[in-house]
Design a protein around this ligand. Structure first.
Ligand code: NCD
Length: 329
């Protein structure tokens, strides 16, 4: 068992404590833990992982290590990319991803007890949960690292890392960019995490959403406090000609209490091939996926559509994160 100092307790705000030497044994709960040096470090390791996978498919770096993948919400990419990442590094996985209805959670077990149990078998736990703050609760219960794979409308730090990595790969820089976030900015946790990470860079923001799905005030205040150039609009036409990154998101149906309200905004945006004729030749279209109707499938063959490359980058980033928290990077 690892007797490590905790990064933060339930009462503390996340701090910037991770640096290029600071990952071993630590939880990954929030993007606020990442300094610019630690971001660069993770990106360097992810590049190494990519080269290794392209050359030899996998390695034995995490042989004998076990990952528990505990998902209380549906997932395709996040769960399978963590599983692929662990297996490509020679480790193995306890996958509790098919719905916790098949686990003791359905018998009334608390998150605390489920986490305490899984840590007896494993070296690291990846958790997705519908409640904001649940990853912190799990981290307080466990001695082994907890990786937040999405906590309600809160954060999704590893998605934000892969998003940032993708912007850098696609455009060659993270500075001097106009980033337009489009869609459900209220409930979309990937937007919340990516926005905070981008505050480290020279970025101009436009938040494009219907009135009821605007970015929560907390995040907007952080953007303003960081002195960024920012505007809000409901009209995608305002950004299409100038955005370097169009980060498009799904309207998060499962977070609405009033389904009529969901129906009123669900098809608000659609990025079509016709609309993209007005965009720059270098504009990158990203989406954390799954998409519903927000991006026309005909756009998939446009070289500016980066969302499937983004998926692949997710595996390299998660390989880097797993290796780092397990003291092997
Ligand atoms: C996102 C999520 O779960 O927050 N998906 C993902 O992890 N790639 C986005 C979404 O569900 O819309």
């Amino acid at each position: 068992m690892l007797n490590r100092p905790r990064i933060f307790t339930l009462d503390d705000a996340p701090q910037q404590v991770l640096n290029e030497h600071g990952f071993h044994g630590q939880d990954i709960l929030s993007v606020n833990q990442f300094s610019m040096a630690s971001l660069e470090y993770i990106f360097d390791v992810a590049e190494e992982m990519r080269a290794m996978v392209e050359q030899q498919g996998g390695a034995e770096l995490l042989k004998g290590r076990v990952l528990s993948c505990l998902f209380f919400e549906p997932s395709t990419r996040t769960s399978s990319s963590f599983i692929a990442a662990m297996e490509r590094l020679g480790g193995s996985v306890i996958p509790i991803t098919q719905g916790v209805q098949f686990s003791s959670v359905s018998k009334g077990e608390t998150l605390h007890d489920t986490i305490r149990t899984l840590e007896q078998y494993s070296d690291v736990i990846v958790l997705r949960h519908p409640e904001t703050g649940s990853a912190k609760i799990a981290a307080a219960a466990a001695q082994i690292p907890i990786i937040n794979a999405g906590d309600g409308t809160g954060e999704h730090p590893t998605q934000a890392l892969l998003d940032l990595f993708t912007i850098k790969e696609e455009l060659g820089t993270l500075d001097g960019l106009h980033v337009a976030m489009v869609g459900d900015l209220r409930y979309g946790r990937t937007v919340h995490s990516l926005t905070q990470l981008l505050l480290n860079y020279d970025v101009r923001f436009t938040f494009v959403s219907p009135e009821i799905l605007r970015l929560p005030l907390d995040y907007m205040n952080q953007v303003k406090d960081a002195g960024k150039n920012v505007r809000e609009t409901y009209n995608v036409a305002d950004v299409i000609g100038s955005a370097d990154v169009l980060y498009v998101t799904r309207v998060q149906k499962e977070r609405f209490t009033d389904l009529a309200q969901y129906e009123s905004v669900k098809d608000y945006y659609r990025i079509s091939t016709e609309l993209m004729e007005q965009a720059k030749p270098t504009t990158v279209v990203m989406h954390p996926l799954p998409r519903v109707n927000e991006i026309d499938v005909r756009l998939d063959s446009d070289p500016r559509a980066a969302y499937f490359r983004q998926v692949k980058n997710g595996m390299y980033i998660r390989m880097a994160i797993l290796a780092a928290v397990l003291g092997k990077a």
